[in-house]
Ligand binder design. Structure first.
Ligand code: ADP
Ligand code: ZN
Length: 301
């Protein structure tokens, strides 16, 4: 069944992936645009959407899933801005405004990249049909998204689950790489943390390397922390580092040990899962959000 035509943008620190789409298999126009300086990047995006609309018709919604931190508060004067990012030139950039200008007066969704990916997985992927789920992306940074009752969670800002505190592994004396907190989850378990701790890129370490024991130790804690706050039905672990599939059984085992029978959990193999939409989760998530722009207010019983 055809959904609404959505102008979708997965806005990443390295590249922008833009599309005019109605859902999986219905991508009418698609572009990958390198993330350079804001002026050039946004100009290229505006041109793409204008061209795509003149060939395929006007979008009925605009949905953006972006790196951050970003201002998601519709009432804020800087709604739609990338805010305090350390990414050079991008702090306080109005991303939504120029794109809204190009697309016209349609419903808008402005979300975090990882919340968008989670929403995509909940519509078409690993969390299909579920109302309560979480998603961590473990890559250059660690991002986390949370969905409760079918709605993506926001508060005074958006969740920053990548920066939660974790307890050190007794054999880990690495100082951590987070420029704000040093040894938060991202500081100890992101791809750059693995690389700096072991002096080799994460993808070059063998699958039986002790790096993965430490990695699983931190990821299992992150999952338990989420479960104690929000009893989700699935936690999806994605991002470059999770290509190390041997991590999954170790994370599950550690998690069961940490919980120690206290929480009622689904089978850990069903609880901690890989993304099903892979690299497409973010963009498809934007399409799903654009087709359901009231997702935040909707309560589905
Ligand atoms: P980004 O976070 O920049 O969007 P990725 O999710 O691919 O992109 O994350 C990049 C990080 O993941 C790097 O630190 C890289 O070393 C690590 N990485 C990429 N592929 C693998 C792999 N196969 N195994 C382990 N780590 C990987
Ligand atoms: Zn941090």
């Amino acid at each position: 069944m055809n959904g609404r035509l959505v102008a979708a943008l997965e806005s990443g620190g390295t590249k922008m992936v833009a599309a005019l789409s109605r859902g999986p298999g219905e991508v009418l126009a698609h572009a990958k645009i390198p993330t350079t300086n804001p002026e050039e990047t946004i100009r290229n995006l505006v041109e793409f959407f204008e061209r795509a609309q003149s060939s395929h018709g006007n979008a009925e919604a605009l949905a953006i899933g972006t790196f951050g931190p970003a201002d998601l508060d519709e009432k804020s004067a800087t709604y739609g801005f990338i805010t305090s990012t350390p990414k050079p030139d991008w702090a306080q950039t109005n991303l939504l405004g120029p794109l809204r200008g190009a697309i016209g007066d349609v419903p808008v969704v402005f979300e975090t990249d990882v919340n968008a990916a989670l929403f995509g997985e909940a519509r078409w992927g690993a969390a299909k049909g579920l109302k309560h789920a979480a998603y961590f992306t473990v890559g250059t940074g660690i991002g986390g998204g949370l969905m409760i009752n079918g709605s993506l969670v926001h508060g005074s800002g958006h969740p920053e689950m990548g920066h939660m505190r974790v307890t050190r592994h007794p054999e880990d004396d690495f100082e951590g790489v987070c420029s704000f907190h040093q040894d938060c989850l991202e500081g100890l378990a992101s791809g750059p943390a693995i690389e700096k701790r072991w002096g080799r890129k994460a993808e070059e370490l063998p699958s039986n390397h002790p790096a993965w024991i430490l990695e699983a130790h931190y990821l299992a804690q992150a999952c338990v922390n989420v479960l104690t706050i929000a009893p989700v039905e699935k936690i999806i672990l994605g991002g470059g580092v999770m290509n190390q599939r041997q991590l999954f059984p170790i994370v599950r085992e550690e998690l069961v040990g940490l919980v120690n029978g206290y929480l009622q959990l689904p089978n850990s193999g069903e609880l901690i899962v890989v993304p099903e939409l892979g690299d497409h989760a973010g963009l498809l998530g934007c399409v799903a959000l654009g087709q359901d722009p009231t997702h935040r207010r909707m309560v589905r019983s």
